[in-house]
Design a binder for this molecule. Structure first.
Ligand code: GLU
Length: 368
């Protein structure tokens, strides 16, 4: 069995993302044929008891067409207006296309903060789950009508990666208008095993014209899913029956192989969360962390940023960059008082009777 067939066999839950360029026509407006074909492929999977979550772009682009705007507006309020008009049209087309398979369309609009707050994050998962049990296809997009620059994801590749990690899906499929990751000679890379600098350097950096993503954002999104131990397929959403072809093992698109370890739900949440600061560690601590030990104050050499106890922080080793992420038990202010100390010295340094023995417990730690 090839890597491809082995990786794509027996999948129970899949997240599919389709980009604006794939879903709309170059002259503007929704590409009905693509949308209908996508729904038929997804309905077939749902009939075969695969849980499907769709992340769909195209609201702004569809809204631009409705409003007669030829060029993507620069003003945020106009982009919001286009999204408000387009999102509704987009969803009504999905609802119509799914109706012939006796499926409903369930719209979920998200902002970055929905992934930051643990309760909202879990509610989002419950809603997706309930839709799937109710013969409805969850269709997710960013809430572009209210998301302003500072709180925007900006592109749906990352939202799709976060959703994959949220629901613990077995596969993420990113559909755009290119055939996969292309090397400098325009050849599609069929299978990628490691997301190393070599891959980043050979991938062409072009961005899409009607959406906001590009190969760069796809690589970042794919990296997050790979680290969580799940595979990613990048393929051309304009190819008829692309999902069916990919899952039947046809050698099209790029398959990014999953990392070795399948992360549990708690670890995937830690990965998804935006870090509030950085904890810098020495070489000894870095080696212990790699052996899945907890982080102790002794190995901390400094912190960057202002964070509270319970926040998610990045862990970095000077020279090696970011090592991982974890839930910290002390604030940045406290960290500045206890860095480099032995655990037994911490209560006195913080003028407390007792305090946690470690800075980040191994169960609250994800190494990249
Ligand atoms: N949320 C945007 C839309 O629906 C698309 C963002 C993207 O291109 O990834 O228009």
């Amino acid at each position: 069995m090839t890597d491809r067939v082995k990786t794509l066999t027996g999948l129970k839950s899949i997240v599919v993302k389709i980009g604006s360029n794939a879903l709309t026509r170059s002259e503007g407006g929704l590409d009905e044929n693509i949308l209908i074909n996508l729904c038929s492929n997804l309905a077939e999977l749902i009939q075969n008891r695969v849980s499907i979550t769709l992340v769909s772009s195209g609201a702004i682009s569809t809204g631009m067409h409705q409003l007669g705007l030829r060029v993507r507006p620069k003003r945020m309020s106009m982009l919001q207006a286009a999204a408000a008009v387009g999102q509704y049209v987009l969803m009504s087309h999905f609802a119509q296309a799914l109706h012939r398979y006796h499926l409903h369309a369930g719209q979920i609009l998200v902002t970055r903060s929905d992934f930051e707050d643990r309760t909202r994050y879990l509610n989002l998962r419950n809603c997706i789950d309930a839709l799937q049990r109710s013969a409805a296809l969850p269709i997710i997009n960013e809430n572009d009508a209210v998301a302003v620059d500072e709180i925007r994801f900006g592109d749906n590749d990352l939202i799709a990666a976060h959703v994959t990690n949220l629901v613990g899906a077995d596969l993420l499929i990113l559909l755009s208008v290119v055939d996969g990751l292309l090397d400098k000679n325009n050849q599609v890379l069929s299978v990628v095993h490691a997301m190393d600098d070599q891959v980043a350097s050979i991938v062409r950096p072009e961005k899409s014209s009607r959406g906001t993503g590009g190969m760069g954002s796809k690589l970042i999104a794919a990296g997050t899913v790979k680290t969580a131990g799940r595979p990613v397929l990048i393929a051309n959403g304009k190819t008829p029956d692309i999902i069916r072809k990919l899952l039947q093992g046809e050698s099209t698109g790029t398959l990014i192989m999953p990392g070795k370890k399948r992360l549990a739900a708690w670890d995937r949440w830690i990965m998804t969360h935006q870090p509030s600061g950085i904890v810098h560690v020495d070489t000894g601590a870095a080696a212990a962390l790699r052996k899945e030990k907890s982080l102790l104050a002794k190995g901390v050499v400094g912190v960057t940023g202002i964070f509270s106890a319970g926040d998610i922080v990045e862990i970095a080793e000077s020279g090696s960059g970011v090592l991982g992420r974890g839930k910290i038990k002390f604030s940045s202010e406290e960290m500045n008082k206890i860095k480099g100390l032995a655990s037994a010295q911490i209560p006195a340094a913080l003028q407390r009777e007792k305090s946690p023995e470690c800075i980040i417990h191994k169960d609250d730690l994800v190494m990249f």
